[in-house]
Write a protein that binds this ligand. Sequence first.
Ligand code: NAD
Length: 285
Amino acid sequence: TANILDGKALSDRLRGEIGKEAAELTQKHGRAPGLAVIIVGNDPASHVYVKNKKLGCEKAGIHSFSHELPADTSQQHLLGLISELNQNPKVDGILVQLPAPKHIDPETIIEAIDPGKDVDGFHPYNVGRLAARQPSLRSCTPYGCMKLLAETGLDLHGMECVIVGASNIVGRPMALELLLAGATVTICHRFTENLQSHIERAEIVIAAAGKRGLIKGEWIKQGAIVIDVGIHRLEDGSLTGDVEFDEASKKAGWITPVPGGVGPMTITMLLANTVQAFKIHVGDE
Ligand code: NAD
């Protein structure tokens, strides 16, 4: 059976290192790294994410500035706040929790953030940097997946990777990360025909379709690495992913559990990005 890629344990270890670095930097520069977190409206899941991000900051010695705005906040008002935060020298990172209410255009919001403070790594400038093989601030979830892959100790050059999902926040930047690492990359999405045939030849599967149990365990190639980004809450409150975990574990060489795989890594990389942005802002690289 497969080795477990334990995102919780890796996350704890990395957050320890990030906290240590944040403390040293605070000592040296007389201020802590700062992350501004903006949430518009009262989507319960988004509030849970924001709470966990703020808690993660606190534990790592990163100062968080919280902006909780009502659901009817205008786009213009939100853009005004982002512009202030772009100017604020105590703010190293700016995060707008998405999805925002419908009257707010996410692309406009993302592009308004100073790319040097875009700790989610969603700004076209930062995605472009990654595409041009000069990564700067990297998208948190794919960056976290790369850290998990590094735990296997395997060389990714020439490996057959299949990514399921082509969103701006997971699938696409994931493809750019793997390409940068020298892998051979296939991206599958909702128009892909015969998903099974792609999965069957994959040495690395990244499942990020947001479809519970889409990837059948029997499709997994013997010894493959399986990274499950999907998160689905079941009626009993438990979480599961896009991959049939039990069946896939019988064939995979390595697999991430849900929960405890990719999930904790995403916030960890947000904290890492905030410290990185701080270092750039104070000229300590
Ligand atoms: P999305 O809905 O924006 O994108 C889904 C992608 O999957 C699309 O490109 C779509 O074409 C593709 N897809 C849908 N059905 C498919 C099918 N049957 N076959 C092949 N491809 C298919 O979703 P997203 O924001 O990228 O998130 C994907 C999943 O990852 C969700 O479950 C989400 O909750 C989870 N997620 C987890 C984390 C984390 O930190 N672990 C972070 C972000 C998203």
